[in-house]
Design a protein. Structure first.
Ligand code: GDP
Ligand code: CA
Length: 314
């Protein structure tokens, strides 16, 4: 079975890590949100791409959920002591990633090419693609009339502003990475990882071409919400502010046009019937990934569920 997974950062990376333990590099490709990307201290930073790659390479910091294992902070401290910006924490090793990426981008290389080279270097065998080599930027429009770059909203303002809507700046003119689009076309199954639907998966779907290609394929999504709550980040808060009660069913509804299957937590069993009424097949299981073993266990269940769905439609 050939699988393509769509992912943002922390939640997406965990499932993708489990999938990568079970599928050969030929059978799993990963397409990552880059609408969180921004410039900081002149560096070009791709937070979700780095989270996914560090996780697959076993270099991720499991405590913070972002950045690298065994990180040091010499440069960050020195920048702060010079009065430089310190609202986004960059560790010394992480900084090396941004320095090299920025230099390569400035020399005219593509983000997908640079990512491929980094992955080779880090021993990642499954193909990881940024959603686009063109810039797409999530702008958070707030009820107070502000338009905030995503990292300003997410990190500097700690997700406090109340969301009114999102704009994916540049999306209309962005092109999918051709190999990523081709992987979808050649796939048997597309998986939406348990990432933030609003600001991790929607930006990928906003790049012209993906939506159409994915519509042709069976899609299984894993809920990022358990018991109406996000494990980390503002997904539930965003649903509330946009006038939707956060729940597994709300996520299934969000992706309704695509879904053949939906994976949700036992706690949310009560919403099963509602979701199945939408002609979506649901799998109820434990969707919390607290360690490597549970990532692999959930990934295995999702793949088996995907196989069942494929067999039904044959
Ligand atoms: P970000 O870009 O780093 O914010 O990461 P994502 O968008 O990929 O993931 C954020 C989402 O992951 C949040 O809504 C979390 O609820 C979800 N998440 C984190 N850990 C888990 C987990 O173990 N299981 C599930 N099902 N969702 C998770
Ligand atoms: Ca992100």
């Amino acid at each position: 079975m050939k699988v393509v997974a769509l992912a943002g950062g922390v939640g997406g990376a965990k499932l993708v890590d489990g999938l990568a333990s079970l599928l050969l590099p030929d059978d799993l490709s990963i397409i990552v949100n880059t609408a969180d990307d921004f410039e900081y201290l002149t560096l070009k930073i791709s937070p979700d791409l780095d989270t996914v790659c560090y996780t697959l390479a076993g270099l991720a910091n499991p405590v913070t959920g972002w950045g690298r294992l065994d990180e040091t902070w010499q440069v960050f401290k020195a920048v702060g002591s010079l009065g430089g910006p310190d609202w986004f924490r960059l560790g010394d090793h992480d900084l090396a990633t941004h320095l090299v990426r920025t230099q390569c981008l400035n020399q005219g290389q593509t983000l997908s090419g640079i990512t491929q080279a980094f992955c080779r270097n880090w021993g990642i065998r499954h193909p990881v693609y940024p959603m686009s080599d063109d810039p797409v930027r999530t702008i958070v429009n707030t009820v107070d009339g502000e338009s905030l770059g995503f990292q300003i909203y997410f990190v500097k303002r700690a997700c406090q502003p109340v969301v009114e809507s999102f704009t994916f700046q540049g999306a209309k003119d962005a092109r999918p990475v051709p190999e990523a689009l081709q992987k979808i076309q050649q796939s048997d199954l597309v998986i939406f990882a348990p990432s933030n639907p609003w600001v991790s998966i929607d930006p990928i779907l906003s790049v012209p071409g993906y939506r159409e290609a994915i519509s042709e394929k069976p899609v299984v999504a894993v809920s990022p919400l358990i018991g109406g709550k996000a494990l980390k980040g503002p997904a539930a808060k965003m649903y509330r502010e946009l006038g939707v009660q956060p729940s597994a069913a709300a996520v299934a509804d969000h992706y309704r046009e695509f879904l053949a299957g939906f994976v949700m937590d036992r706690i949310d069993q009560g919403q099963l019937e509602k979701i199945e009424r939408w002609r979506i097949i649901a799998l109820v299981t434990d969707i919390l990934m607290k360690d490597k073993q549970s990532r692999i266990r959930l990934a295995g269940e999702v793949l088996e569920f995907g196989e069942t769905i494929l067999n039904r439609s044959r």
